[in-house]
Design a binder for this molecule. Structure first.
Ligand code: SF4
Length: 387
């Protein structure tokens, strides 16, 4: 029998109970159950439309993200998960992650998710300080989070990831250290530590001048101290913002950084498959209408670009350099038939003396300080406009 190719599957649920002030993800607060019902129907139609196309693949990672997937009621979420199994071939040992907001799940719903095959939970915590959570517009307290975290462990989740944020209004280096120490005491398996970015169109952007934000030096210290502290507590940084204990890396996210294939379902989802990068409309109404009225997946595609040759190599470098292991030059040269040192190495060498990049016989990788400014360096090396 022909061996199936591995594939990651992403499913987007664009609903939240309330919108956080910094958020520019594709998510809305639904004003009726009807939009959720229609979206669920459209998502399942999209699964059915792609079931035959994905038959040659064995899905070894599933990631339900959002939005807040756990804001859906249990029955709807179960229907979506059951349809994932019905329409696609999911590996027995697949990593199956769902994103959860601590205020939207409890012991019962977590037990049900576990029974449905979900084996990894990614919880948005951000901070252990309630004043910082309020400043972000989060709908949960640290106490809510602790209850949910304990319920998740009791439900049998032995792979739990927590999202933390630095650069929050009112946050200090001391309060961030307190967050790290309280969180590591809970012994999660994985931590993602992101810098707050003020994104256009968000409530934070509208009142930017009134926000009291830690300055860039303070953010740099938070990141560097955070990396050091997490290492001292057994968390290996394997990507700029991601840390794992006991080798529990995010297998799904590693597919993105390793430029492996993945397929996205739902509004705003992205795919990288058969040499094409495909993005789906961010407009939830268009997504629903495109599938429900015309029932054709093609209607919801926003863009489809073939990525080959040097463009593919550039993407590969941009993503692989996010990883602590960086780029292996021999592997890169064999994969693309392009001389890495000639095309990228000479430019990266400029950053070696500054201590932002490390280089050895194996390849190139960022140092901790380099990771903090990696966007700038990669824009320079890849000739992109600086963000
Ligand atoms: S819970 Fe997540 S997706 Fe929803 S508004 Fe907040 S940050 Fe955005």
């Amino acid at each position: 029998m022909k061996q199936k190719k591995p594939l990651g599957l992403y499913v987007h649920i664009p609903f939240c109970r309330s919108k956080c002030d910094y958020c520019d993800f594709c998510s809305i607060v639904p004003n009726s159950n009807s939009v959720i019902e229609h979206y669920t129907d459209a998502l399942i139609l999209q699964m059915e439309d792609n079931s035959a196309r994905l038959r040659p693949y064995l899905i070894d990672t599933v990631y339900i993200g959002g939005g807040t997937p756990t804001s859906l009621d249990e029955k709807r979420l179960a229907r979506i998960i059951e349809n994932i199994y019905r329409n696609f071939k999911i590996a027995k040992k697949a990593e199956f992650t769902i994103e959860a907001n601590p205020a939207t799940c409890d012991a019962k719903s977590l037990r049900r998710l576990r029974k449905l095959g979900v084996n990894r939970l990614s919880m948005g915590l951000q901070s252990v300080h309630d004043n910082e959570l309020r400043a972000l517009g989060r709908i949960h307290t640290f106490a809510d989070f602790r209850d949910t975290y304990e319920a998740a462990r009791a439900a049998g989740f032995d792979n739990v990831s927590l999202d933390l944020m630095y650069g929050i209004p009112e946050q200090t280096e001391k309060s961030f250290s307190e967050t790290l120490s309280a969180v590591t005491a809970l012994e999660p398996d994985h931590i993602s530590m992101y810098a707050l970015k003020i994104e256009d169109g968000t409530p934070f952007a509208r009142r930017k001048d009134a926000l009291v934000l830690p300055d860039e030096d303070a953010q740099f210290s938070m990141y560097m101290n955070g990396v050091e502290y997490l290492a001292s507590r057994g968390f290996e940084r394997y990507e700029i913002s991601n840390f794992a204990r006991g080798g529990k890396y995010s297998a799904h996210n590693l597919k993105y950084w390793h430029s492996e294939e993945y397929f996205g379902l739902g509004a705003a989802a992205h795919s990288f498959i058969d040499g094409e990068r495909i993005s789906t409309t961010r407009n939830i109404r268009d997504f629903i209408d495109g599938l429900e009225i015309v029932n054709n997946d093609i209607n919801v595609i926003d863009s489809k670009v073939a990525v080959r040759g040097e463009a593919l190599a550039d993407d590969y470098v941009m993503l692989a350099m996010r990883l602590s292991e960086g780029v292996n030059v021999a592997d890169f040269n064999a994969k693309f038939g392009i001389d890495f040192n000639e095309k990228y190495g000479v430019l990266l060498d400029d950053y070696v003396d500054d201590g932002f990049v490390e280089k050895d016989e194996r390849g190139y990788r960022f140092t901790s300080s380099g990771m903090f400014v990696s966007n700038y360096i990669l824009s320079d090396v890849l000739g992109l406009d600086e963000e």
